[in-house]
Ligand binder design. Structure first.
Ligand code: HEC
Ligand code: HEC
Ligand code: HEC
Length: 428
């Protein structure tokens, strides 16, 4: 295969890492507590790893696989990882299971596509692999469901190609704590770098869609990325949030100034909301300990908080964007852009409003968003979609106002940007 073909191959295969259409079922909860069995510990770790998100398809038993993942060049189906001996992983030994999860190598020696996040799971400890194995062999209901065969076209169906990808890009190294980390930060790093596989979405990707960094020592690690065109914020230092705000967001999908949207909604629902508060505290401590990515240069000078509030309150000589905001949005997000704590998120300073790429902002404005229902915050907050009410030109004017009102400093949005996002929403 030529070098170019190889490059394309790896691109397309790894595009699947950022799996589309994450669906799943909440698995029976067993808290991580002293005195729990190995399989109970494994059940907890499976939630940290969010195995259910990819290994369950709507209407099928949990972990029986069959979720289609569109890699762009063929559809990949997640596999059955229940203990069924024929269709699942019932015949896997612990070593074979460890190799599949940490190295992406199946029992028959063939290679998995990195849609399975084994490059992160490489950091999982032997002890935790043991617990996961116990859970998947004894705690999960066996299912004889046979997921459809993956339909990758030639040459992308040649699994041996992954050997090269692994050689160049996969950093299959065990977890390595940095000197000076407290036990708390160390545990947070272990969870984020490994089972949590947060970097699959939060680390920028290179030409082969390989993550540009694979551990906390690298400045690009968790520095923000893009997922199907949706901007994914940096997790380094999280300067806007204190420890409690981070824990709150991961536990409930909302905090004093923000609410979750996009693919992070499912991550909160199936994984982080089910982690123990102790583990979430450690994750928050670790994220706060990462030196923040250098702030992006402001695209424009902010209008200023006071100036924006004054203009909206006086309601004279408004621009189109300002008028649309007053008419459609200020009832919930207020003229201050500060919303209401834990109910209506802030638009002043929000990552989604200030992201260089306006896709997520436009998506939320046009299609709306809803927070997940979690144990600690069962009520669902709903942002209505305004796609029917706003023309492309109006949505562009409104989004441009949001991105430059108050203290926000992002570039204006064009009608074309809106049309693109609207076409994507309509295609769904
Ligand atoms: C982001 C999606 C995703 C997540 C999360 C995920 N997997 Fe996978 N996994 C896949 C896909 C897709 C495949 C099949 C890849 C292929 O066909 O090459 C797979 C394959 C596997 C296999 C190989 C089974 C076989 O013989 O075919 C095992 C074992 C496995 N996953 C275990 C796990 C465990 C355990 C977790 C949680 C700790 C997990 N996976 C989380 C997507 C995922
Ligand atoms: C499937 C992709 C995906 C994975 C995996 C993922 N995230 Fe996210 N995350 C996102 C997206 C997309 C957003 C932006 C949400 C929005 O626009 O409202 C986000 C937002 C966040 C935010 C809010 C940051 C801000 O400035 O608003 C935090 C905190 C966060 N994620 C933490 C985590 C942690 C911790 C993990 C691992 C346990 C993780 N994420 C795994 C996709 C992901
Ligand atoms: C009925 C109340 C209501 C109205 C009206 C409303 N919103 Fe929202 N908005 C919400 C809620 C609740 C959320 C949180 C939902 C979520 O993120 O899952 C939200 C979320 C958002 C977000 C995402 C914030 C984040 O941190 O991720 C943006 C951006 C946004 N709204 C903009 C607007 C704009 C622009 C308008 C006017 C066109 C508007 N909203 C009108 C209630 C409202």
């Amino acid at each position: 295969m030529s070098k170019h073909a190889m490059k394309t191959l790896t691109c397309l295969l790894t595009a699947a890492v950022i799996g589309l259409g994450i669906a799943g079922h909440a698995a029976a909860a067993a808290p991580a507590a002293p005195g729990q069995t190995l399989a109970q510990r494994g059940a907890y770790l499976a939630r940290v790893g969010d195995c259910v998100a990819c290994h369950s398809a709507p209407g099928k038993p949990a972990f029986a696989g069959g979720l289609p993942i569109d890699s762009g060049l063929g559809v990949l189906y997640s596999t059955n990882i229940t203990p069924d001996k024929e269709h699942g992983i019932g015949k896997y030994t612990e070593q074979q299971f460890a190799d599949a999860v940490r190295k992406g190598v199946r029992a028959d020696g063939t290679h998995l596509y990195p849609a399975m996040p084994y490059t992160s799971y490489a950091k999982v400890s032997d002890e935790d692999i043991k617990a996961l194995y116990a859970y998947f062999q004894t705690g999960v209901q066996a299912s004889a469901y046979a997921p459809p065969e993956s339909k990758m076209g030639f040459p992308f169906n040649q699994r041996w190609g992954m050997v090269f990808w692994n050689f160049f890009f996969a950093d299959n190294k065990p977890f390595k704590p940095q000197p000076g980390w407290s036990p708390q930060v160390r545990n947070g790093a272990y969870l984020v770098e490994g089972l949590g596989h947060c970097s699959t979405c939060h680390t920028p990707r290179g030409f082969a869609i390989n993550e540009k960094a694979s551990n906390s020592g690298e400045a690009k690690f968790l520095a923000g990325g893009e997922l199907n065109g949706w901007p994914v914020p940096s997790l380094r230092g999280l300067p806007r949030w204190d420890l409690a705000a981070i824990v709150d967001y991961l536990q409930t999908g909302r905090n004093k100034n923000s609410a979750v949207a996009g693919e992070m909604t499912a991550v909160v629902q199936h994984s982080t909301s089910q982690m123990t508060t102790a583990d979430l505290n450690d994750i928050a401590a670790y994220l706060k300990a990462l030196p923040p990515a250098p702030a992006r240069e402001a695209a424009v000078k902010p209008q200023g908080r006071e100036a924006t509030v004054k203009k909206l309150s006086a309601a004279v000589d408004l621009t189109l964007g300002e008028r649309l905001y007053l008419d459609n949005c200020s009832a919930c997000h207020f003229v201050t852009g500060k919303g209401a704590t834990r109910v209506f998120p802030e638009l002043d300073g929000a990552s989604v409003v200030n992201a260089e790429n306006p896709t997520a902002l436009l998506h939320v404005m046009l299609a709306g968003a809803r927070t997940p229902s979690t144990d600690k915050a069962p009520s669902v907050l709903v942002m209505p979609g305004f796609g029917k009410r706003l023309s492309d030109g109006e949505a562009a004017a409104l989004a441009s106002f949001l991105r430059q009102g108050w203290g926000n400093t992002a570039a204006a949005v064009s009608e074309k940007d809106v049309a693109k996002v609207r076409a994507r929403i309509d295609a769904k």
